[in-house]
Design a protein around this ligand. Sequence first.
Ligand code: GDP
Ligand code: IMO
Ligand code: MG
Length: 459
Amino acid sequence: MTATPDTITRTDTKNPLTSGPGHCAIVGLQWGDEGKGQIVDLLTSDYDVVTRFNGGNNAGHSVHIGDEKFALHLLPSGITYSDKTNVIGNGVVVDPSPDTGILKEIDRITERGVTIGNNLRISDRAHAVLPYHKVEDALYEAAASKAMGNDSDTIGTTGRGIGPCYADKAYRSTAIRMGDLVDADKLRAKLSKTVPIKNVTLAALAAHVGREFETLTVDGLFDQVSAWGKRLAPHVCDTRRLLFDAQAANKRILFEGANAALLDVDHGTYPFVTSSSTSALGIGTGTGLPPKQLGQIIGVCKSYTSRVGGGPHPTELLNETGEHIRSVGKEFGTTTGRPRRVGWLDLTAVRYTAQLNGCTALVTTGISVLSGIETLKVCVGYTYRGTRLDDFPADADILAEAEPIYQELEGFSETLGELRDYDALPAAAKRYVETIEQFVGVPVRIVCVGPKRSQTIMR
Ligand code: GDP
Ligand code: IMO
Ligand code: MG
């Protein structure tokens, strides 16, 4: 069946979680893929605008509606609701292309019956990820690998050109924003400045790692990119103004975090992070809307951890239990298809990221995946060179050496996917959820027992 906005079942009842005043943010508390898309989709009916404020198509947010699954990368997860405005804020980096970027997403989702028109708005201040950024991403990873003689020190990026695009934003002279992309004269001028610099730097980098580099031409890129700009022009506008006016008209905004706090460029496991502010702290700069009307900050916490790419992961399970969780939890990247590195829930990390975000509520996902595991473990601190660490360390090298201190919890064997009432959960599953909220110090208000919109238990 093709999902059209009209055939999608809505949860029309107002959610007690969203009935309070102000806007709401949904953010990831681990290394991504916590199930943010499910929660944004679930709560969209209570808001007027859904807006992304960070990241790019490194994100992969799954929205399950009935038997249909939508994997969204740049389109906000409220896009299947035709009556909501979906905004891509200035803090996002936008790959416009029809092969890997937003035009591909628009084409695919339109084929499935979702209307994309005035309901999609892209900031004119958002930076554009152009084809050479993806080349640059791969060359930097190859150069890091060459320098170290192995892949152990590479970031393991998604290869989507995210870091190079944010780097150009910081460089300024080589940056191209969406407002430039849709203005032919400006685009040509910007490309004329950028292309010679990219040709010199990327050719040198390619030579360094022994790869071919095809010289870029201003005309070639202009023809390609201006055609994308023409298609996207109707969506590009001053989204800061749009959000400000929406707020002034008492409309409510749902902010959709991409990536997650442990991947934050300032506060994550640096340098094994992405290049944007992934927590609620990034909402102001990523949208232009001061966060003073943010009423609810909901942190999404998966009942175990997963991580894609390089970097420390103290609770990683490199054994049969890990394989079991990966297979039951379908832990393969939504964006790259890579197997995710799964592990026990790290509560020390989640308490840290809940503080960072200022979480007012938690959502737990993935508890049903843990069914059948006799004894469950949660990390409540670390030992580093004989000393106990009670907080998440700033230094990724310390985290890499840190040994988790575990609290053991009794497991459960029941299947949870059909349950819709918290009291119907097995006692051990409830204890698990309550251990999370007690340790983190923030109440768990939604328990997801599967990825579908309907598989949510409100508390
Ligand atoms: P997002 O990037 O935070 O939107 O999350 P993804 O959709 O990329 O990944 C969520 C992952 O968690 C998928 O591999 C799911 O199979 C797995 N998962 C396990 N249990 C749940 C659950 O209860 N809810 C959701 N949404 N995902 C779950
Ligand atoms: P969602 O929104 C999981 C990881 C990459 C890599 C690092 C840097 O679906 O939760 P980048 O391409 O951003 O330079 O890669 O960050 N990463 C994610 N991992 N989920 C994501 O997004 C991610 N976004 C980036 O795997 O380790
Ligand atoms: Mg994801």
